[in-house]
Design a protein around this ligand. Structure first.
Ligand SMILES: [Ca+2]
Length: 311
């Protein structure tokens, strides 16, 4: 019996640590090579501070440099500090406008239809230069501009930026470019990562008006904002999964949503929220609930009952 208890204790001990290890976040592999800009031929060093990488130059391992070229900085008397390691990239050269700025890009293997998350850090040395400092990102057909408040060049304040995208091909190219080339320190980049996303694809939906069906039932609804009773009055819309600008959709014949008008007399202070999607980041207030969306099976009924002769 004592031996059995010891075995049970050992087993429980093993299971505990196995569960603990499973609970620890396992970070997905970074698909970007040299995302921290630490590796390459850092030479010749200008003013003991930076290296110029000309368009097409191969000094910076893994990255392709375009347009006018970029400056590759290390921590120095004039710039402190890289977010990760000692080095970082500046997309502006001497402040002579956009034609005096560069692009930096990298291609990596992806699975068409799979979801990925890009994260990178952005800083803008010198507050008298364009503020906020902006960088444009192009990846998988998406173009999005990110901004970060400028900061003192010796106390850089980095902002973490992220963008979710769905791969459309077996090779995806990520490109960063400057938005304003008027400062000789432009957008600074460091710690670029692209990781496979564990989040499922959430479809876009297009909603159509429909002939109403009256329900008139009271249901209890609970979400992050409140829990209360509401009366489901009548159906109002049918929402179908839709592909936007050719982006993948899980299934055009997948789960549809039927939207019902609800009467909800709950009174609550408007909650402020920040919303982020492909059209940008906004702040707004959550106010009156008006619709309940219900997962719905949909079958297209052929005209004339499938027998045109009866039409
Ligand atoms: Ca770095």
């Amino acid at each position: 019996m004592k031996k059995m208890l010891l075995l049970n204790a050992a087993y429980a001990f093993f299971v505990f640590f196995w569960l603990l290890s499973m609970a620890c976040e396992v970070r997905a592999a970074n698909l970007i090579q040299n995302g921290s800009y630490e590796d390459g031929t850092f030479s010749p060093i200008i003013s003991n501070s930076w290296v110029n990488v000309a368009p097409g130059g191969t000094k910076l391992t893994g990255w392709t440099v375009g347009m006018a070229g970029i400056d590759w900085h290390q921590n120095s008397f004039e710039i402190q500090s890289a977010l990760d390691g000692q080095r970082m990239v500046d997309l502006n050269l001497s402040g002579g406008g956009l034609s005096d700025s560069g692009t930096i890009s990298q291609s990596f293997q992806t699975t068409p239809g799979a979801s990925y998350v890009l994260t990178f850090h952005l800083a803008g040395p010198e507050t008298s230069f364009p503020n906020p400092r902006q960088v444009r990102v192009n990846v998988a057909g998406i173009e999005q501009t990110f901004a970060q408040a400028a900061s003192h060049n010796l106390t850089l304040v980095w902002g973490k930026k992220d963008l979710a995208f769905v791969a459309t091909a077996s090779t995806t190219t990520l490109m960063f470019s400057s938005v304003n080339g008027s400062g000789f320190w432009g957008p600074f980049l460091d710690d670029v990562r692209v990781e496979a996303s564990t989040q499922p694809i959430v479809d876009h939906y297009r909603c159509y008006t429909i002939d109403p069906t009256y329900v008139n039932k009271v249901v209890t609804l609970k979400d992050q904002f409140q829990e209360n009773d509401a009366r489901v009055v009548r159906s109002k819309l049918l929402c179908a999964p839709v592909s936007k600008n050719g982006e993948p959709v899980s299934s055009l014949d997948g789960v549809h949503l039927e939207a019902y008008h609800i009467q909800d007399r709950s009174l609550q202070p408007a909650t402020r929220v920040r919303l982020k999607n492909q059209f940008g980041t906004t702040e707004t207030r959550v106010k009156k609930p008006v619709l309940l969306l219900v997962p719905t099976e949909k079958e297209i009924i052929p005209p004339c009952g499938g027998n045109p002769s009866t039409c």
